[in-house]
Design a protein around this ligand. Structure first.
Ligand code: FRU
Length: 475
């Protein structure tokens, strides 16, 4: 079947599926597929006045299956427009699926790089492919595909997720791979985006950082470079980042510091792009492990809020929600200074049925003696700070569905003020502000959308202020 027919058939199935999607757990202000399965964000790019987001999509059901590229665009990160399917498996070289990849613009043409997969002898053969478009909506696969057919000796059959960028007049492509039990980033270089030369291993695991690195991303930030990798073979699976130096002559990235990008259980395969004037990141807000309750309602997977990446003056990675997300704030449901001593205060109830919620908790740490304090949102969503060990935690151990656990980030000791922002949607929580690069992202599935938030302080005094905002796209 031709690529065009495959795309139309897939679009039709998504439209049919959307009619059967029930509201339960649907998110209000995050990007989700209209129906069926979504995983990694792909091809993030600013093109002809829009931010484009593609994503791994199985249009035929709410489980993972032969991968297509779904497509949406936005001008403001608040309102998303769903567009026709961009890529479908249609050729011998991608008959098994169009896996993750990235996008760049050259001479007014949008170039999508992706991994074509096919099964052969029980293996998933992975090759690197190109599709282009002038309008950013209809994509044609390149007749020279696949552009890269064989993995180099330092790699393995796991050889995927091309991230392409430009530097000093040349194009570079980072590919995720690994062998000998070590995840690796393999680097290629090109003058024209079609002929690619292998440069070598740009970075690899120290032996404890995973066996295969998926979805690598390597980009300049301030006067440094940052590497992101999504490792397979670690327990738990956590996305890693490194801040360091990139030598483009020899094709090597030298890591100076390593860390985890998000300590929550539902954050994977992030991708960044430059936007127009800043480094923006989105990730898959779900995970390969565990139950996904929304599958029963005919959909699965969403993307995180868009986040901005920056380095502070000490070259530490900082992550914050895009400032324009403040436009989601519809009503201020509660705002007050709080002084609490060994008590719990019940706040006005709110509902996640129609709207999301943002809580902004500003704590005067110097004036706070409480050993533990925080805010609970009912049924298994509890955010707290343990002052003794300087940790911010998200506790979902009492959740009835989804991942149950206590996830935490370390604060810098000696910190005098703390500002935590917590975004709740119908089935997600994202927490920002808990120290270096530290975010906590989890899918949560409260059985009822009605919440009664409570602030608590134990073993001393809490001095803080709290705002609760209801969030709405229509706001
Ligand atoms: C990461 C990943 C990628 C691959 C894609 C397949 O979540 O495994 O490595 O390209 O998902 O859907």
């Amino acid at each position: 079947m031709s690529h065009e027919r495959m795309l139309r058939r897939a679009d039709l199935r998504v439209a049919e599926g959307a009619a059967k999607v029930t509201d339960t757990f649907r998110l209000h202000y995050h990007l989700m597929p209209p129906a069926h399965w979504m995983n990694d964000p792909n091809g993030l790019v600013y093109f002809q006045g829009y931010y484009h987001v593609f994503y791994q999509h199985h249009p035929y059901g709410p489980q993972w299956g032969p991968m297509h590229w779904g497509h949406a665009r936005t001008k403001d990160f608040i309102t998303w427009e769903h567009l026709p399917m961009a890529l479908a498996p249609s050729e011998d070289y991608d008959a098994g699926g169009c896996f993750s990849g990235s996008a760049v613009e050259k001479d007014g043409v949008l170039h999508l790089f992706y991994t074509g997969v096919r099964e052969e002898g029980g293996k998933l053969i992975q090759v690197q492919c190109l599709a282009t478009s002038r309008d950013g909506i209809r994509f044609r696969k390149d007749h020279r595909n696949p552009l890269i057919t064989n993995f180099p000796p330092e790699g393995s059959v796991d050889f995927r997720d091309p991230k392409v960028w430009q530097h000093g007049g040349k194009w570079y492509m980072a590919l995720g791979s690994g062998n000998d039990g070590r995840g690796k980033v393999l680097l290629y270089r090109s003058n024209d985006l079609s002929q690619w030369d292998y440069m070598g291993v740009a970075a690899k695991s120290d032996g404890t950082q995973g066996t295969i690195w998926e979805c690598p991303d390597l980009f300049p930030l301030g006067d440094k470079h940052v590497l992101l990798v999504s490792p397979m073979g670690t327990e738990p699976r956590r996305v890693l980042y490194a801040v360091g130096e990139m030598d483009y002559e020899v094709g090597k990235f030298q890591a100076e510091t390593w860390g985890e990008l998000d300590k929550g259980p539902d954050f994977y395969a992030p991708q960044t792009f430059f936007g127009t004037d800043r480094r923006i990141m989105l990730a898959w807000m779900q995970s390969w492990e565990g139950e996904i309750p929304s599958q029963k309602h005919n959909w699965a997977g969403a993307l995180t809020l868009p986040r901005e990446l920056m380095l502070d003056s000490a070259r530490r990675l900082q992550i914050r929600p895009l400032p324009e997300l403040k436009r989601l704030r519809a009503d201020l449901a509660f705002a007050s200074d709080l002084v609490l001593q060994g008590e719990t205060r019940i706040l006005p109830s709110c509902s996640l049925q129609e709207r999301g919620l943002e809580a902004v908790l500003r704590v005067d740490l110097a004036g706070t003696s409480a050993a533990q304090f925080g805010i609970a949102f009912g049924e298994g969503i509890r955010v707290g700070v343990a002052k003794g060990d300087w940790r911010v935690y998200l506790d979902t151990t009492r959740a009835s569905r989804g991942h149950r656990g206590r996830y935490s980030c370390k604060l810098s000791s000696g910190q005098e003020k703390l500002e935590i922002r917590i975004f709740l949607d119908r089935s997600s929580v994202e927490l920002f502000g808990a120290g270096e690069a530290a975010c906590l992202t989890a899918r949560v599935y409260p059985s009822s959308p009605e919440l009664v938030p409570q602030v608590f302080a134990r073993g001393g005094v809490l001095k803080a202020s709290l705002e609760l905002w209801s969030l709405s796209k229509r706001g």
